[in-house]
Design a protein around this ligand. Structure first.
Ligand SMILES: [Mg+2]
Length: 287
């Protein structure tokens, strides 16, 4: 679904009357802080989120990392000065947990950290360890798991051959950190699964529709409200692709992976409807 109305003025009008906002975290509202290990707010981001919430418009912060549970990222953002509740923070494990529950899947092998598993456990899903001996595994979930071994991958592939569905948090090779480019671990594990089984695990974090609609539902909005939701991010292949695919309002910011000129020159599916130098520019468009 493409939204034909993409003029700048029209996009601004849609932002002014938006019914929900989904923000990316790193490179969009905050940057990793090298010294504290926490986050530092980007200019205008704290005020922007406070203003949107003051108008009783729901906000979700959706990061594509699964190293930590959502509550830990929320605490880090609060430490940087943001008014963000644990319930407003989402990771691919949030949308994965919802997807699994919707399908009655309650026994899952997780190749990931405690942070990867936390949202699944919170929904009552039984989590099997990476190379733990287990029968009847219904799904294999690949997340942040730097310590993966051949035994882990073998267990996962055998589960899928025995009927389990393969899902993954993300499939991006690199992500931005304060120290530069870092390598995603699910990308490597996904590649192994594809090599053995012929297809990639299903992506349930950004840019999947599942991730978007999970955030939408958690804001109390319906699928038909998608075109009234603003998605703000710095990674065109994640946030812009997700927003454009569902007809939401895509807003790209140049404080992370891409500069303004690069954002404006992208192919249509990854191009933001509105490209800004930073989230602070949204302040005058909301409320
Ligand atoms: Mg980002």
């Amino acid at each position: 679904m493409r939204n034909p109305r993409t003029s700048g003025d029209d996009t601004r009008a849609r932002i002014a009357s938006a019914r929900g906002f989904i923000f990316d975290m790193d490179g969009t509202i905050a940057l990793g802080d090298r010294t504290s290990g926490g986050h530092e707010a980007l200019p205008g981001a704290i005020e922007l989120i406070a203003r949107i919430k003051r108008d009783n418009i729901p906000v979700r912060i959706f990061t594509n990392g699964t190293a930590k549970p959502p509550a830990a990222y929320a605490a880090s953002l609060r430490g940087a000065g943001f008014d963000v509740e644990d319930e407003e923070m989402m990771t691919p494990s949030s949308s994965t947990a919802a997807w699994l529950v919707a399908r009655g899947i309650n026994r899952v092998r997780v190749l990931g950290t405690a942070g990867t598993s936390a949202p699944l456990l919170a929904k009552g899903i039984e989590v099997i360890g990476p190379s733990e001996q287990a029968d009847g595994v219904q799904a294999v979930y690949l997340g942040w798991h730097r310590e993966f071994t051949f035994r882990d991958l073998e267990a996962a592939v055998q589960d899928v051959l025995a009927g389990a569905v393969a899902v993954t948090a993300s499939n991006v090779p690199f992500f931005a950190t304060a120290d530069g480019r870092a390598m995603g671990t699910s990308y490597a594990m996904n590649a192994v699964v594809r090599a053995y089984l012929g297809r990639l695990p299903r992506i349930l974090g950004k840019p999947s529709r599942d991730a978007f609609f999970c955030a939408l539902a958690s804001m109390g909005l319906k699928r038909r409200d998608a075109s009234d939701v603003v998605v703000v991010g710095d990674d065109p292949a994640l946030e812009m692709r997700m927003a454009n695919a569902v007809g939401a309002i895509s807003v790209g910011v140049a404080t992370g992976l891409s500069g303004l000129a690069a954002l404006k020159g992208l192919p249509e599916r990854d191009r933001p409807m509105l490209a800004l130098s930073g989230v602070g520019e949204l302040l005058e468009m909301v409320g």
